[in-house]
Design a protein around this ligand. Structure first.
Ligand SMILES: C[S@@+](CC[C@H](N)C(=O)[O-])C[C@H]1O[C@@H](n2cnc3c(N)ncnc32)[C@H](O)[C@@H]1O
Length: 379
């Protein structure tokens, strides 16, 4: 399997950076996110627009920290809890959430990958994968945008503005290796790649025969410029050996198959949760939620936990990959496990510890008591 990365930024990025100026990026921050007008204490009726704030929130009570930081090397971070709506504990409510949105996958693969630069990821046990070459962003888009901001601040994310989805994080590769080692079965499953960035986990599930795969990222630009092109590029790859018209036919067929099985979402977790639970017919929960490098910020734990609780099928499981600790931001495996234990809903099990370079963990989460889980009466 080969992953290709493929990237150009045009209107999407401009839109996203405009949105910053408009304050449309809305996670609450104890130190206001660059360009964001959502501040602590501002609620729907007081400070933010409908796009900015949807429901009140109160921080988890985690200490405030500052700065725009990378999960692995960050000097500090700042968001208050990004908790879900609905059945939150009172102290886990939040004032300002980035709206969720569904993104359509264009019917033609060439529409999304035609103008992108792709590269092949080497050394994957699943085979090669094609991915959008995101490193080109720096040179191509030096203006006022989230990517150049991220580059110029030497950080891999800007808290509450850009949450790191343009780069492929180390733990994604750990989880990919685990899929092969543990022979994780995707066939027939409904899968969510939560905090997907490049979407390699979801794409692998798709290639493994998943019935349906949903991708979620905080940033719409990441979904449109990276995740969707990657999904399209890798569904097209299967036709590589054939030539000419035949290849084009296969490419289209594969792309259409991917299109019918994949859905793409951007937005803050609790908003995403709300969107999928309330849109359309009865929502069928995920059999498998895959998530890599998403527990770096303790302020997001409430929202993440609620999302898992609301969206995981009662007999489903979460496969989570994370570094042991995220310096500066403060999150990490032990803190997250403690958070989960205190809520007493999920059981966590360590699947693997990778002790080279920065220590990393693969964790499985399942409902403690499927028969009494909050969705016991649902699918
Ligand atoms: C460090 S990146 C990891 C990306 C990818 N999973 C990987 O391993 O390469 C963290 C991801 O989590 C998502 N994320 C983090 N906090 C979020 C939040 N509060 N709401 C929604 N998405 C969030 C970001 O969009 C981003 O894609």
């Amino acid at each position: 399997m080969t992953f290709q990365f493929n990237f150009t930024i045009g209107d999407h990025l401009e839109n996203e950076s405009t949105a910053l100026g408009d304050g449309a990026l809305t996670l609450n921050s104890s130190k206001e996110a660059p360009g964001s007008e959502c501040q602590k204490g501002k609620h729907r009726d007081t400070g933010c627009s409908r796009e900015q704030c949807d429901r009140p929130r109160d921080p988890l009570g985690t200490p405030e920290s500052a700065g725009n930081t990378a999960p692995s090397q960050a000097p500090g971070s700042s968001l208050d809890a990004a908790n879900s709506s609905g059945n939150l504990e009172p102290h886990e409510e939040q004032p300002c959430l980035r709206r969720a949105k569904e993104h359509a996958m264009p019917a033609e693969a060439k529409e999304v990958i035609g103008n992108k630069v792709l590269e092949t990821l080497p050394g994957l046990q699943q085979g090669s994968m094609s991915v959008v070459k995101t490193v080109l962003l720096k040179e191509k888009f030096p203006g006022e945008n989230i990517v150049s901001k991220s580059f110029s601040s030497h950080s891999d994310l800007i808290t509450g503005v850009y949450e790191g989805g343009l780069k492929i994080w180390e733990c994604t590769f750990d989880l990919l290796a685990y899929f092969t080692k543990a022979r994780v079965k995707f066939a027939g499953k409904k899968v969510l790649d939560l905090g997907c960035g490049s979407g390699l986990l979801g794409i692998t599930a798709l290639k493994g025969g998943a019935r349906e795969v949903h991708f979620q990222d905080y940033n719409s630009m990441v979904i449109e410029e990276v995740t969707i092109p990657n999904a399209a590029a890798n569904s097209a790859l299967e036709g590589e050996e054939s030539d000419g018209d035949q290849q084009e036919v296969k490419r289209c067929r594969r792309s259409k198959a991917a299109e019918s099985k994949c859905r793409f979402f951007s937005g803050e977790w609790s908003e995403f949760c709300e969107l999928v639970l309330t849109s359309g017919n009865v929502f069928e929960r995920y059999d498998l939620i895959l998530t890599s490098e998403t527990i770096y910020n303790p302020d997001y734990y409430g929202s993440l936990h609620q999302t898992l609780l609301r969206l995981l099928h009662k007999n489903g499981r979460v496969l989570l990959a994370s570094k042991a600790h995220y310096f500066g931001v403060g999150g990490g495996v032990h803190l997250f496990q403690k958070f989960v234990e205190e809520r007493n809903v999920f059981e966590t099990r360590t699947l693997e510890i990778i002790d080279e370079g920065l220590k990393r963990f693969l964790i499985e989460m399942t409902f403690k008591c499927p028969s009494s889980c909050p969705q016991r009466d649902m699918n």
